[in-house]
Ligand binder design. Structure first.
Ligand SMILES: [Fe+2]
Length: 162
């Protein structure tokens, strides 16, 4: 049986993961509209992954016979003006998700909730990967600066990334 604090945090996390999914879909649409097909493809894929992250929590709650609550999801920011601005926003989002996951993990440690700790380990590792990618991509965009050729090359690279 999950405690109320853990249950509320996990239901909030479902909304955070779905919110990230919507944000990445919004980002993908902007890139598509602005002829960055590679970035569009990459972020469409990220959007699908974030939805899976949310669904994984739904399944954990069902497995533990806990109440699933799909909460309000804040509309993503869609005022994008540059590639750099978007990659900065992506980094900020992943940084925020990392602290949310760390916080639930911390609560599960304080409560001695071993099952939730083990469940969350996958998310802790996933955030390591996401932070590495968000940081790499942001640094790359900064290095590229005004070099349009390099930007298109990076667009192609990310589009082909597995
Ligand atoms: Fe996620």
């Amino acid at each position: 049986m999950l405690s109320n604090t853990i249950l509320t945090s996990l239901n909030d996390q479902i909304a955070a993961e779905f919110g990230a999914s919507n944000f990445y879909l919004q980002v993908a649409a902007w890139f598509d509209n602005n002829n960055y097909e590679g970035f569009a493809k990459y972020f469409r894929k990220q959007s699908d992954e974030e939805r899976q992250h949310g669904l994984k929590i739904v399944d954990y709650l069902l497995e533990t016979s806990s109440g699933v609550q799909i909460k309000d999801i804040q509309a993503p920011d869609n005022y994008f003006v540059s590639c750099l601005g978007i990659f900065e926003a992506v980094y900020a989002l992943e940084d925020k998700v990392t602290s949310l996951i760390s916080n639930i993990y911390k609560i599960s440690v304080l409560e001695g909730d071993y099952a939730t700790q083990i469940f969350l380990q996958w998310y802790v590792q996933e955030q390591v990967r996401s932070m590495r990618d968000a940081s790499y991509n942001l640094n790359k965009i900064r290095q590229i600066g005004d070099d349009v050729g390099a930007l298109f090359e990076f667009d192609e690279y990310l589009g082909e990334k597995e």
